[in-house]
Design a binder for this molecule. Structure first.
Ligand code: NAP
Length: 434
């Protein structure tokens, strides 16, 4: 029997577990360990709460657990918890599927001021991640700046702009629904240091901005390159730019909220004046694909700044970490003997949920090729270690109890009312029938 521990219960971890099960059947026992009492990682805490169709992939991960892979939730791996060396002693192979849960810093003066948030925190807040339930999110002022030209920036801008009715069928955490329902944000800026041709948006997400109830996207046509250049773009980006051209051409629709795309604009500093923030930005020009400062400065008044400029993985003692790239040092997922990385922990924070599937398959194949079972104790040994330390993990049945409590508490058409503190999650898990 091959015994494998996967650290991280997000998509990358589940695709790896699924692939191992398909390849080895009853010849493999997999434990998926997570620091949270809940599984599914970014599906629960990252994917936008109004994108329920994307979240539906959790049924596939549920089937993995129902098929016998163990969920070992509320267990920290690394500092203060089970060490990587301990896991390696218990299992034949250990896979790091820990994602990239931390924000890349903006690297500009003022980024630590109140009201300046990273997307991990802001997205965690509206998605009910227990680490961010108490986050202070100032929403009283009209101005809000969202920095970055990727899909996370679009998610954040869209959710700042939506009405309570537009969020009714979402699973946004109650505290965020209430706060956003009373929000005074009306002037949202999406700040990109390069131009429309360099943006990382995808067409579906961009198109959605054109159909918001109370918000209109605005693009200054001066940012748009000559249309003749569009033909050479890859099809996805061509559609994105097509949406931007439509937004630029659309007459004012009299909607109270605007989402303005500020291309060729890079943040240089953040200042605080009383309750107000000022994002100081510099106009850039492109030198090839690189943004170069022009020295032309201006300031945008706002109450909230959300940096959506990418994520970083967290190092774990015992695994070599590439701090520059924010991921574990690995070769095709192999870190060292019996130690692997998959998903964002392997590649860095790019790609969609589905991109993790081939990653998981590849890492499962590597494990099958490399590792010979050595009669290790696996889950039995882990359970004994945790019991000796007084740690009670949340199991699959505990998660099912949380899931049942959250769905029972939902108000139609919302699919669930999330528990947002560890205490509430653990209390719900304890109601599971053993
Ligand atoms: P991303 O797509 O890599 O975009 C990051 C953006 O931040 C880029 O526009 C980048 O500009 C900019 N940036 C980086 N450092 C900066 C700095 N110091 N100052 C100003 N701007 C800076 O990352 P993401 O939006 O976090 O998304 C992560 C991944 O999740 C992506 O693959 C994304 O597609 C995916 N995702 C998908 C969905 C969906 O499918 N619905 C939703 C959310 C996220 P440069 O290009 O100039 O570096």
């Amino acid at each position: 029997m091959l015994r494998v521990a996967i650290v991280g219960a997000g998509p990358a971890g589940f695709y790896t577990a699924e692939a191992l099960g398909k390849r080895l059947g009853p010849g493999v026992a997999v434990d998926i360990i997570d620091r949270l009492p809940t599984p599914y990682g970014l599906i629960r805490a990252g994917v936008a709460p109004d994108h329920q169709s994307i979240k539906a992939v959790d049924r596939r991960y549920h089937a993995v657990l129902a098929g016998g892979v163990r969920f070992v939730g509320h267990v920290e791996v690394g500092e203060g918890g089970v060490s990587l060396a301990e896991l390696q002693g218990l299992y034949d192979a250990v896979v790091l599927a820990t994602g990239a849960p931390y924000d890349r810093p903006l690297g500009i003066p003022g980024e630590d001021l109140p009201g300046v948030l990273g997307s991990a925190a802001f997205v965690g807040w509206y998605n009910g991640h227990p680490d961010y339930a108490e986050l202070a999110v100032p929403l009283a002022r009209a101005g809000a700046c969202v920095i970055g030209n990727g899909n996370v920036a679009i998610d954040v801008a869209r959710l700042l702009a939506k009405t309570p009715a537009e969020l009714a069928a979402s699973d946004m955490a109650r505290h965020a629904r209430l706060a956003l329902g009373a929000s005074g944000v009306a002037d949202i800026h999406i700040i990109g240091r390069r131009g429309p041709y360099q943006a990382s948006f995808t067409p579906k997400e961009m198109g959605e901005l054109g159909h918001l109830e109370r918000a209109q996207p605005r693009v200054d046509a001066g940012y748009l390159p000559d249309v003749a250049g569009d033909a050479a773009l890859d099809p996805g980006l061509r559609k994105v730019v097509g949406h931007l051209r439509n937004f630029a051409a659309a007459p004012p629709a009299g909607k109270p909220v605007t989402i303005t795309f500020d291309f060729l604009t890079r943040p240089v500093a953040i200042e605080r004046h009383g309750e107000a923030l000022r994002l100081v930005v510099e106009t850039t020009r492109l030198d090839g694909e690189v943004a170069v400062g022009t020295g032309v400065m201006r300031a945008i008044d706002c109450g909230l700044i959300v940096g959506c400029i990418g994520y970083r993985s967290a190092p774990i003692a015992g695994a070599p970490f590439d701090a520059g790239r924010g991921r574990f040092v690995n070769d095709g997922g192999r870190i060292g003997a019996g130690l692997y990385a998959t998903g964002w922990a392997r590649r860095g924070p790019s790609g969609t949920i589905g991109t993790n599937r081939p990653d998981g398959i590849e890492v499962a194949e590597a494990i099958v090729a490399d590792v010979v079972p050595a009669g290790r104790s696996g889950g039995v040994g882990l359970d004994a270690l945790l019991a000796a330390r007084g740690v009670s993990p949340v199991t699959f049945s505990g998660w099912q109890a949380i899931d049942a409590a959250e769905t029972a508490a939902a108000t139609h058409p919302s699919p669930r009312e999330k528990h947002v503190t560890r205490a509430a999650l653990l209390a719900a898990a304890e109601t599971a029938v053993a």
